[in-house]
Design a protein around this ligand. Structure first.
Ligand code: NAD
Length: 300
């Protein structure tokens, strides 16, 4: 009999992830507060449940893909006088949270799971909606090695790379480190291209040179922030699709919070957080984060 999975949170990422699990032969019962999100996965053969606790009834594994810490804590630990999901899970159940949340929140929920005799890993992802749809996500895992081994077949149905970073919360820390570097690199790449353009250089020629020189990165080669440089980059379609500015802003906020918790200096990370906050205020919160270049490009 195939493993029964409750999947909670069927948004841009969770929807395709739940569908990939179902296609791989797992039995998936899913729930989302949005009826539209639920209908989309139902159309692909996933069972639609009326609540998270109904989805989790008898499930051997619970997977969540929710927006932020408060949603994850609310789901598992309870909120507004309602009991959390952990209280009702079958003995021996495994919990996999794939949301990007504060490391402290991930640890709190993992400790509560442990107190109930349940295994839990934090497994935030990299790869975006395209990776979720293609089943090529990278999973960045924190928690017990034995729990990861139990989770591995399911993670493999949704992704292609799995990194075990350490104990509970370590997956979230590693994810924030990656995204902080990405946020800074994107902003400074935009800054470099804007400086070149202000001196009359062609941004495409500058990008092509940088892409084979020491300034090369994912921001020069794959998601170049300058319109028209790369045909398939969000910048060349009005910054639509891709990884939203406000998601980057959220991750940088979590990085700042995590840095304060251990007294770590992250001067560039903090500066980048402010740049993405300004970009959001300028009305580009829903656009791809590479639109941060709009703050820097030459006027006129
Ligand atoms: P999303 O907003 O598209 O989806 C979140 C879903 O959760 C929504 O459908 C919402 O209705 C549902 N939800 C919220 N509270 C719920 C509850 N209590 N019970 C059931 N459903 C609930 O977000 P997303 O883009 O899918 O991102 C999910 C997580 O993945 C976030 O933590 C995000 O930071 C992370 N992430 C996103 C991307 C990306 O490119 N979108 C990439 C990597 C990581």
């Amino acid at each position: 009999m195939s493993t029964t999975i409750a999947f909670i949170g069927l948004g841009n990422m969770g929807g395709p992830m739940a569908i990939n699990l179902q296609k791989a032969g797992f039995t998936v019962s899913a729930f989302d507060l949005s009826a539209d999100a639920l209908a989309k996965v139902k159309a692909e053969g996933v069972t639609a449940a009326a609540s998270a606790s109904e989805a989790a009834k008898g499930a051997q594994v619970v997977i969540s893909m929710l927006p932020a810490s408060r949603h994850v804590e609310g789901l598992y630990l309870g909120a507004n006088g309602q009991a959390g999901l952990l209280a009702g899970l079958a003995e021996g159940a495994l919990v996999i949270d794939c949301s990007t949340i504060a490391p402290a929140s991930a640890k709190k929920v993992a400790e509560a799971a442990k107190a109930r005799g349940l295994a839990m890993i934090d497994a935030p992802v990299s790869g975006g909606v395209a990776g979720a749809t293609a089943g090529t996500l990278t999973f960045i895992v924190g928690g017990d090695a034995a729990a990861l081994e139990r989770a591995r077949p399911m993670l493999q149905a949704m992704g292609k790379n799995i990194f075990h970073m350490g104990d509970a919360g370590a997956g979230q820390v590693a994810k924030l480190c990656n995204n902080m570097a990405l946020g800074v690199i994107m902003a400074v790449t935009g800054e470099a291209l804007a400086l070149g353009a202000a001196h009359g250089l062609d941004a495409k020629a500058l990008s092509q040179m940088m892409a084979v020189s020491t300034g090369r990165s994912w921001a020069t080669e794959v998601c170049n922030p300058w319109p028209g440089v790369l045909e398939n980059a969000p910048a060349s379609r009005g910054y639509s699709g891709g990884f939203g500015n406000d998601l980057m802003l959220k991750d940088l906020g979590l990085a700042v919070e995590a840095a304060m918790g251990v007294g770590s200096p992250i001067p560039l990370g903090e500066l980048a957080r402010n740049l993405y906050a300004l970009n959001s205020q300028a009305g580009r919160g829903g656009l791809d984060f590479s639109s941060v270049v709009k703050l820097l490009e030459p006027k006129g």
